[in-house]
Design a protein. Structure first.
Length: 110
């Protein structure tokens, strides 16, 4: 089950995203990811802002390189962010010709 998220165009983080590297498309989140972000007082928008400017968080070098290539050629983009002790959120954007979909999830939900 996923919950659709919306971003407020007037939010300061939204205003700072002048040059995103790619479009997030539809934004979804699993209930587990939403609960974890709420528990750790982590703004989904702050993670999205990092993701859209190619701050991939703590992914291995190989995954970061795949992400950098996927920005140009399409495909999957994976960011991994520690939001609290032992709590990690993944933000995955699947890019396709029919539109992008970005999803927040816990690694255990993949």
């Amino acid at each position: 089950m996923y919950q659709k998220l919306t971003a407020d165009a007037n939010h300061p983080l939204t205003q700072t995203l002048i040059n995103p590297k790619f479009a997030p498309g539809q934004i979804l989140a699993t209930p587990g990811a939403l609960a974890a972000m709420e528990e750790h007082h982590c703004s989904p928008l702050s993670l999205l802002a990092r993701h859209l400017v190619a701050d991939w968080g703590s992914v291995p070098v190989e995954d970061a390189q795949l992400n950098d290539r996927a920005i140009q050629s399409g495909g999957r983009l994976l960011s991994s962010y520690m939001i609290g002790p032992g709590t990690r959120i993944w933000l995955i954007t699947d890019q396709s010709e029919t539109g992008n979909i970005s999803t927040y999830l816990l690694p255990s939900e993949y």
